[in-house]
Design a protein around this ligand. Structure first.
Ligand code: UDP
Length: 366
């Protein structure tokens, strides 16, 4: 890679989904301290309403997008294709030194592909993660984005090892374990954590369910909510409800009125940080929340068959429950009856300096 010589580095950040706004906010905050860096934000529109998008820009100081290409509500092919077409138009105008993409959504893949075909350098944050489940659209997005990136910012040693197993040492792609930018975000914004409106019960379990793999499978979804209803009869369960999950539950005529679950609308990140610090444990199918549970030293029950964050399972901090009713209830009782808590002191995700490393490496290699 050539060292930077120009006065200004221009970076185009492609984001479109909630966890990407959070990660980008952490990186952006550091970039803003570089006087010679211009960051242009492109919002793909994948998540678009006030509580899934706008709140993260206002609360977290993420600069308003210069471009919003409004692509949403389509099947995967159409969504990725339309995003690529529109991102390409922007790239031809902006001519950035770097395109920065996060995670594993269609926005990630579309941004990386559009840039790479124009010979613009691509940096991928959260590289090297694998679930080894090719039925997940996210897994396909990750594999392809990693392979066409110029620099891979891995969050863990496991992610680095995954790339090594896939033969990345023979590719001209820089790889580095920088820790997890979500830890940076949690550390940066925790002092601003705020309680969500309304009363929150004591000793509650924080639960979220949103993954398409769960919500699009009627059996998984109804068993999962039967399990959560059963648990909520024993211990309060607080759930900020993702709009897709709400829609799918309504289609199944789920009885919201009789459910003992304490539902909230999707909350902002600052409220999420409050919920994380006050809950007694986490139950989720989210990727990000599994790590956040660890940052806040809370046990996590993962409502999936596999996880990309295997180090948490190995450390005993995360129990993989799957999606079946009896397995979820059994996992809950197992965690409740733990006599000793596992250690939450291992630095699997670095020390909160990931955003600084990203900014400095991109600047040096612009
Ligand atoms: N999150 C949030 N509000 C919510 C639910 C989640 O701010 O109502 C945050 C959560 O704390 C984490 C991120 O969104 O930082 C995770 O996003 P999500 O679960 O949508 O996606 P995943 O991590 O599975 O890709």
């Amino acid at each position: 890679m050539s060292l930077k010589t120009d006065a200004i580095m221009k970076m185009l950040t492609v984001i479109g989904a909630r966890p990407q706004f959070i990660k980008a906010a952490a990186v952006s905050r550091v970039l803003q301290t570089y006087p010679d860096v211009e960051e242009v934000i492109l919002h793909t529109g994948q998540h678009y309403d006030a509580d899934m998008s706008d709140i993260f820009f206002t609360e977290m100081g993420l600069p308003q997008p210069k471009y919003n290409i409004h692509v949403n509500g389509l099947n995967h092919g159409a969504m990725t294709g339309q995003m690529m077409e529109k991102i390409e138009e922007v790239l031809l105008v902006e001519k950035p030194d770097w395109v920065l993409v996060f995670g594993d959504t269609n926005s990630t893949l579309a941004g990386a592909l559009a840039a790479k075909k124009l010979h613009i350098k691509v940096a991928h944050v959260e590289a090297g993660l694998r679930s080894f489940n090719m039925a997940m659209p996210e897994e396909i997005n990750r594999l392809l984005t990693d392979r066409i990136s110029d620099i891979l910012f891995c969050p863990t040693a496991t992610a680095m090892a995954n790339l090594e197993k896939e033969g990345y040492e023979s590719f001209p792609i820089e790889r580095i374990n920088i820790g997890d930018v979500m830890l940076d975000a949690a550390m940066m914004f925790e002092p601003q954590a705020k309680q969500p409106a309304g009363e929150i019960p004591d000793n509650f379990i924080l639960a979220t369910v949103h993954r398409a793999q769960t919500t699009d499978n009627a059996k998984h979804l109804s068993e999962m909510f039967e399990a959560l209803d059963t648990i909520a009869a024993e211990q309060p369960v607080v759930m900020p409800l993702h709009p897709r999950t709400r829609r799918k539950l309504e289609e199944q005529s789920y009885n919201f009125a009789n459910s003992p679950i304490h539902f909230l609308p999707p909350v902002g990140y600052l409220e999420m940080l409050w919920l994380l610090s006050h809950c007694s444990m986490v139950m989720t199918d989210s990727g990000g929340l599994q790590k956040e549970a660890y940052f806040f030293r809370k046990m996590c029950i993962t409502l999936r068959e596999e996880t990309e964050w295997v180090e948490l399972v190995d450390a005993g901090c995360n129990v993989l429950a799957g999606t079946e009713l009896s397995d979820i209830i059994a996992a809950y009782h197992k965690v409740k009856s733990l006599r000793t808590q596992p250690s939450f002191d291992q630095h699997f995700y670095g020390h909160g300096h990931a955003a600084k490393t990203i900014a400095s490496m991109l600047w040096q290699n612009a």
